[in-house]
Write a protein that binds this ligand. Structure first.
Ligand code: AMP
Length: 506
């Protein structure tokens, strides 16, 4: 490889321009030639708008082929792509725009005026539009531009993207991702998961997040493979397209929703070679049910915005339910004592720390925050708590901030949740700590039960008695219809904690 430019790897994999790259539900088709020319046109348009290498381009756009061409155009023009969750309100966007100081904002035409006002305030030079159909002022400018572009020279450490973390604990931070971070992880995943140009990926994830944008799209681009692009999770549509696909990547909700569909069976998944899950914990129960219904063992992997992917269950070998597998090639992972950072022996629970070419360089304009989250020897402190078992598989027991400390004892929510989930009639549960006058925090279980289940608080407490140490037993068990989740399928424990903060105070 002669260059570390992310796009040079993509161009190298695009050997046959007539090979399919992407197809939408509406029947739009792009081949690799269209990808090369389209990304060049967007790079030309950006350059014309004054976007220079090193600049940021912020985009709050719906999922469309053009949104991907914009991402690739940014990378080719040497700018950092800054995708923003389409659910963010104008007020929320003001923070990101003020913080990132992009030279261009691309947004939905319906919000054009609001974006212009924001741009004027933040001294952003240009505002352009791109809508859900891939149309708008930026697309029009690109359509008029030549389909060739000489990529701006970029070094391995230059930024290809800035992704803001979801910010459930305090301010959202911009994770700076370099060309080398993204390229190394895409190459690793393509190899580890055995991608080839014959693969067809079912892509129903959002493209403003690392999962849909980098894990899914970059892996496809690095393999010369293709994808079926869908606006959002729709089980009917996924099953309709499945006979033409070979791989699906989803968050756990994809799997639980598909399991509720009567059409999911061995025949429907016969053409598939791989199902990947990540971004939130997959219940061991879901893994087992899926295997029974389809014969496929879901491959669970673990990563985060800041680090790209860190671990994966094996492609060949046992995919163990409830684990996230082994560290990926090139990634060093250790379990450390959260305070001191001292390495802990196998089997102990501690904070997961990682080092490797996949790990980001820091948070945008937050040197102090960056310093606090790296150890002196370069390991990034993920904030996830976990352990490594005798076979080398990594287990995640929860986020550090979700740890419950009751009467001075640590309670790992996952351990209690696993016991509750195993009870007949329980669909799933979330264990949180709520302020408690005597104990500091009281272990509190929030449970979703099956509609027909005869289960109440006393029944759950009785079933847990003797299965968990006394201090780990919930002080209260509450029933809800659904757990609050964000778009990536993560249970929002902060929302639950907030909703029940007075439960022991009243
Ligand atoms: P994000 O930056 O939005 O991708 O969120 C990253 C976080 O999601 C990680 O730090 C984990 O807490 C969680 N996560 C990702 N994958 C998994 C997984 N397979 N199992 C459990 N948690 C996961």
């Amino acid at each position: 490889m002669t260059s570390n430019h992310l796009f040079s790897f993509i161009a190298e994999a695009a050997t046959l321009p007539e090979r399919p790259f992407l197809e939408t539900r509406q029947g739009r088709k792009l081949d690799y030639g269209d990808m090369l020319a389209g990304s060049a046109r967007f790079a030309q348009a950006l350059t014309k708008l004054g976007v220079a290498p090193g600049d940021r381009v912020a985009a709050q756009v719906e999922k469309s082929p053009e949104a991907l061409l914009l991402y690739l155009g940014c990378v080719r023009a040497g700018a950092a792509f800054l995708p923003l969750n389409t659910a963010y309100t104008i007020a929320e966007l003001e923070y990101f725009i003020g913080d990132a100081e992009p030279s261009l904002i691309v947004g939905d035409p319906a919000k054009h005026e609001a974006f212009r006002a924001m741009a004027a305030k933040a001294k952003v030079r240009a505002v352009e539009t791109l809508d859900v159909d891939g149309k708008g002022s930026l697309a029009a400018l690109a359509a008029r531009a030549p389909g060739e572009f000489e990529d701006a020279p970029r070094g391995a450490d230059d930024l290809a993207a800035i992704l803001y973390t979801s910010g459930t604990t305090g301010r959202s931070k911009g994770a700076m991702l370099s060309h080398a971070n993204l390229a190394s992880n895409a190459a690793t995943l393509a190899r580890y998961w055995r991608f080839s140009e014959e693969d067809v990926l079912l892509h129903a994830l959002p493209i403003y997040h690392t999962h849909g944008l980098f894990v899914a799209t970059n892996t496809i681009l690095f393999s010369g493979a293709s994808m079926i692009f869908m606006p959002k999770l729709d089980p009917d549509e996924l099953l309709r397209q499945m006979p033409r696909a070979t791989v699906m990547m989803g968050v756990p909700t994809f799997y639980t929703r598909l399991l509720r569909h009567p059409g999911l069976n061995r025949e429907a998944t016969r053409h598939m070679r791989l199902f990947v899950s990540g971004s939130a914990p997959l219940l061991a129960e879901t893994h087992r049910e899926w295997q029974e219904r389809t014969g496929h063992a879901i491959l669970e992997r673990y990563g985060m915005t800041e680090t790209n992917m860190n671990t994966s269950n094996p492609y060949v070998g046992e995919r163990i339910a409830g684990t996230v597998g082994y560290p990926l090639p090139g990634v060093t992972l250790r379990i450390a004592e959260p305070e001191s950072g001292a390495a802990l022996p196998k089997g102990s629970i501690g904070v997961i720390e990682v080092k490797g070419p996949n790990v980001f360089s820091g948070y945008w304009r937050m040197p102090e925050k960056t310093k606090a989250e790296f150890r002196k020897d370069g390991f990034f402190i993920t904030g996830d708590l976990g352990k490594i078992d005798e076979r080398g598989y990594v287990h995640i027991v929860g986020r550090g901030k979700d740890l419950v400390i009751t009467g001075g004892f640590n309670v790992y929510p996952k351990e209690v949740e696993t016991e509750i989930d195993a009870l007949p009639g329980v669909v799933e549960s979330a264990v949180i700590g709520c302020p408690h006058a005597d104990f500091g925090e009281g272990v509190t279980a929030v449970v979703v039960k099956r509609e027909d289940a005869q289960l109440d608080e006393q029944a759950v407490l009785k079933a847990l008695d003797g299965r968990l140490a006394k201090f780990k037993l919930p002080k209260r068990v509450l029933f809800v219809e659904d757990l609050p989740r964000n778009t990536m399928g993560k249970v929002q424990k902060n929302v639950l904690r907030d909703a029940h903060k007075d439960i022991y105070v009243r």
